[in-house]
Design a protein around this ligand. Structure first.
Ligand code: F6P
Ligand code: MN
Length: 329
C-alpha cells in the first residue's frame, strides 16, 4: 500500500502543495490522538465561549482549532487561514501560495456521545497583493485541494487534488496514512437519503414534496423504497455517500428566518462538493451548483443537496416546479 507521501509524488503534486497536505495530514494524526483519549485527557464538554456563529464551543473545537492554526502558521506555504472557530481570517505569512479554510471538528455535538466527528479542509490559491477577507472569497471551483479526516473506528483521510478522490487509512501501529481506496466513486443511483426529518415542517415546498414522495416508497411516484440515515456530522454522512452512494441534504428552512441555511460554504459545502464531484456525484443548493457560487463572506451558509448524480437530479426536478397553487403539506 502506498503511503500518502508516495501517493502525492506519484500524482505529480508540486512541492508546496505536497508540503501543505502533509502538514494537514500530520496535524490530523495529532487530532485523532486527542479525540481518541476523550475523557482520559479531560477534553470532553463545553467551554464558556461562543464562536462567531453564536454556537457554544466545545473544548475539542478550541483545541483542534489551535492545533491546526499552529501547524498552518508554521507552514511556509500558507498565506492565510479561515476557520469555523475564528471570527476573522488570519494572516499567516507574506509569501505562501495557499489559503486554507477549515472546520477543525465537524459534528462537534457528537463529541460527548463518542460518535463520529471529523476535520474538513479546503485549499485555495493565494492571490497576489494584500491579504483581506476578499482574498478568500473565491468560488469552490478554484479549490486546488480539499478533503476530510474522519475520526471513526478507524481514522480515514479522503483527499482530492482534482484527480479523483483517494481514501487513506491511518495505520495505528506506524501512525502513517496508507492508500486503501485509490478511486472513490459514488453510484449514480441510490435508495438511501439523509436529512434531519425533525425540520420537516420548516422546509420549502420542493423539499417537502420530494421527501414525501421518497417516503411513499413503492406506491409513490418514485416506485421504490428508500432507507434513511442521519449521523448529525456532515463528515460522517458524506463519507457514507462516498462509500456506498446516497443523497445528503441540509435544505433551506424557515425555522429561524434570519438563518435559512445551516452548513457553511467555505469550509463545509465547497470542500465536500469538490470531493463529491470528483467521485462522480453532484452538489447543488437546489437552484445552483455549489462550487459555482461567488462567496460574499467567509462564514456564509448555504443549502446543500449532494450525492448520487441521478438522485440529486431527481431532487432538482422538484425545485424547478411551480408550487404556488399547491396547499402546503
Ligand atoms: O457543522 C454543522 C453540522 O454539525 C453538520 O456537521 C451536520 O450535518 C449538521 O450540522 C447537523 O445538524 P442537526 O444538528 O440539525 O442534525
Ligand atoms: Mn461543521
Amino acid at each position: 500500500m502506498q503511503t500518502l507521501a508516495q501517493h502525492l509524488s506519484s500524482q505529480g503534486i508540486q512541492a508546496p502543495l505536497a508540503q501543505l497536505l502533509t502538514t494537514l495530514a500530520d496535524t490530523s494524526k495529532a487530532i485523532s490522538h486527542a479525540v481518541r483519549h476523550g475523557a482520559l485527557a479531560g477534553v470532553l464538554g463545553a467551554t464558556e465561549q461562543e464562536n462567531v456563529q453564536g454556537e457554544t464551543q466545545k473544548k475539542l473545537d478550541v483545541i483542534t482549532n489551535d492545533m491546526l492554526k499552529e501547524a498552518l502558521t508554521a507552514d511556509s506555504t500558507v498565506r492565510g487561514l479561515a476557520s469555523e472557530e475564528e471570527d476573522h481570517i488570519v494572516e499567516v505569512g507574506q509569501s505562501g501560495d495557499f489559503l486554507v479554510c477549515f472546520d477543525p471538528l465537524d459534528g462537534s455535538s457528537n463529541i460527548d456521545i463518542n460518535s463520529l466527528v471529523g476535520t474538513i479542509f479546503s485549499v485555495l490559491p493565494a492571490p497576489q497583493g494584500e491579504l483581506s477577507e476578499q482574498s478568500f472569497l473565491q468560488p469552490g471551483r478554484q479549490q486546488v485541494a480539499a478533503g476530510y479526516v474522519l475520526y471513526g473506528p478507524s481514522t480515514m483521510l479522503a483527499l482530492t487534488t482534482g484527480q479523483g478522490v483517494q481514501l487513506f487509512t491511518l495505520n495505528p501501529e506506524t501512525n502513517e496514512y496508507l492508500l486503501t481506496n485509490e478511486a472513490m466513486s459514488i453510484s449514480k443511483d441510490t435508495a438511501e437519503f439523509a436529512i434531519n426529518m425533525s425540520n420537516q415542517r420548516f422546509w420549502e415546498a420542493p423539499m417537502q414534496t420530494y421527501i414525501a414522495d421518497l417516503l411513499l416508497g413503492k406506491i409513490g411516484p418514485r416506485e421504490k423504497s428508500f432507507n434513511m440515515r442521519w449521523i448529525a456530522a456532515m463528515v460522517g454522512d458524506v463519507h457514507r455517500v462516498l462509500s456506498r452512494g446516497g443523497l445528503f441534504t441540509y435544505p433551506t428552512d424557515n425555522k429561524n428566518p434570519e438563518k435559512p441555511y445551516k452548513l457553511r460554504l467555505m469550509y463545509e459545502a465547497n470542500p465536500m462538493s469538490f470531493l463529491v464531484e470528483q467521485a462522480g456525484g453532484k452538489a447543488s443548493t437546489g437552484y445552483e451548483t455549489i462550487m459555482d457560487i461567488q462567496p460574499s463572506e467567509i462564514h456564509q451558509r448555504v443549502a446543500v443537496i449532494l450525492g448520487s448524480a441521478n438522485e440529486v437530479d431527481a431532487c432538482l426536478e422538484y425545485h424547478g416546479q411551480d408550487y404556488s397553487e399547491e396547499p402546503s403539506l
